[in-house]
Design a binder for this molecule. Structure first.
Ligand code: AP5
Length: 221
């Protein structure tokens, strides 16, 4: 792999498996996982001003405004652990976010290496979101049917409490998918035009999708 830091963007609808795949990719590629959703949930847990603001949007399945989102992610990307490269999960989600990211990377002589679009049809997205359980502590992701923890309610990795995200309730799920189609899908064309888009079929098993992603990433190495 080249010496230059590698910046990968994972694109896809809520429930497409971005978080699941990001965790595996960073392990294999020695990159850092930056999830805007996790950063917001940390702020909510710590009851920060940003957390209170973010929660009011997340509870409805709406996007948090660009200004605060861009600032939060840029601050995370400026930390020393990001120097070798990053897998971005959940960011960017609007054209303004994508342009800000490109500008920030260009200012330091970097660019997005690949935007990996993981496609999953809507009925499968809803099944995945309805059955998702997440560890409160280490953020490990489970599915009650496809990949349950060994003991109900207990994380296999750290022993933490496994809970259902409030925005995985049926009404919010539907709105999140609609918001994704309206505000985030245009990024597929944005990255296609930039010549960095790679499309991966997200309907297979976690391992199959991971292998396809690694194949594409290694293809540019
Ligand atoms: P965020 O936390 O980013 O949620 P999301 O994009 O809606 O994505 P998810 O975490 O729901 O899904 P995922 O694709 O990671 O799927 P997962 O791997 O968990 O954002 C939440 C909210 O924060 C937003 O609604 C917004 O309000 C705000 N926000 C965040 N970023 C923002 C931004 N940039 N701008 C503005 N607002 C922002 O998998 C889902 C389930 O499927 C799991 O149970 C998993 O085990 C299972 N699964 C995964 N892969 C497979 C497979 N191959 N086969 C079977 N099951 C699978």
């Amino acid at each position: 792999m080249s010496e230059k830091p590698m910046y990968l963007v994972l694109l896809g609808a809520p429930g497409a498996g971005k978080g699941t795949q990001a965790v595996l990719l960073v392990e294999k590629l020695g990159l850092v996982h930056v999830s805007s959703g996790d950063l917001f949930r940390e702020n909510i847990g710590n009851k920060t001003e940003l957390g209170v603001l973010a929660q009011s949007y997340m509870d409805r399945g709406e996007l948090v405004p660009d200004g605060v989102t861009i600032q939060m992610v840029m601050e995370r990307l400026s930390r020393p652990d990001c120097v070798s490269g990053v897998v971005l999960d959940g960011f960017p989600r609007t054209l303004a976010q994508a342009q800000s990211l490109d500008e920030a990377l260009a200012a330091r002589g970097d660019a997005i290496a690949l935007a990996l679009y993981v496609f999953v049809p809507q009925d499968a997205l809803l099944r995945r979101l309805s059955g998702r359980w997440t560890c409160r502590q280490c953020k490990a992701v489970y599915h009650q049917e496809y990949s349950p923890p060994r003991h109900v309610g207990v994380c296999d990795v750290c022993g933490g409490e496994v809970y259902q995200r409030p925005d995985d309730m049926p009404e919010t799920q539907k709105n999140r998918i609609e918001v994704y189609m309206r505000q985030t899908e245009p990024l597929i064309e944005y990255y296609r035009q930039a010549g960095v888009l790679a499309e991966v079929d997200g309907r297979g098993s976690v391992e199959e999708v991971q292998n396809m992603l690694l194949q594409v990433i290694r293809g540019i190495g």
